[in-house]
Design a binder for this molecule. Sequence first.
Ligand code: URA
Length: 292
Amino acid sequence: MDLYTELLEGTIQHLQDLKRRGARYVPVSKETLQELSSGAAVKAPRAVAAVQSPAPASSRAPLLVVQKAESAILPGTVQPSSKVEAMAELRERALVCQKCANLAASRKNVVFGVGNIDAELMFVGEAPGADEDIQGEPFVGRAGQLLTKIIQTMALSREQVYIANILKCRPDTPGQSYGNRAPNPDEMERCLPYLHAQIDLIKPKVIVALGATAVEGLFGKVPGSGITKMRGKWREYRGTPVMPTYHPSYLLRPNPSNVKREAWEDMLQVMERLSMPVTDKQKSYFLSKTPA
Ligand code: URA
């Protein structure tokens, strides 16, 4: 999906949410109205002009929201205070999202993301599990505890990084009261604009893609390359370096010990890329013992 379609979708969704919540007007400043009537908005990007050209006065509100969303999402155009606002707005939109009717009906919480919106390091996982669905926070179950340990072993805290998932709702398992399933391609496509917008707002220096689904969400399906082949090798997502590595839940399974060491080597590469100091102890971690 291109940026324009993403913005348009987000705008429509946002206006529908506002309407559902009883809003009948979109507040617009006097200055913006003046600029609009003086034709200043025509200088807006192609995408906005396309919305604007045949539009009667009554449909100006979407145009304003498009501009707001765009300035919030495009890199390098936001002031710090509006970044906070833009992220809060994005979160609000996600919290009432109805794009996947089945997931909207089955979820207890939308799991938007957590952490520092100015983080240099962002972790992207697959989708919330049962614990995350209950608590509304990503990576709080068993796999999450291991991820937290990994983050701490990097001499960071959860509060310093940002953690989000490809899918913001727990994949439903109809007819089963337990169990997990991977997000399907339609769910991923519908949900990805939220992650893209999060990344565009945070502008991390490095993204860690946890597992094959996270890699697929960011880059699409790469035929014939499982996570074992892709891990440890830098990729680039819209100019941001991405380190694919194993998902923590895979590390919890009884795997050969080299899998844990490999995951840690991926994190050492991340630390190096972020110019973080690496101690001898960190370098030799998991060489002689297992992580968790
Ligand atoms: N697994 C994920 O990929 N994400 C979570 O938030 C929890 C488990």
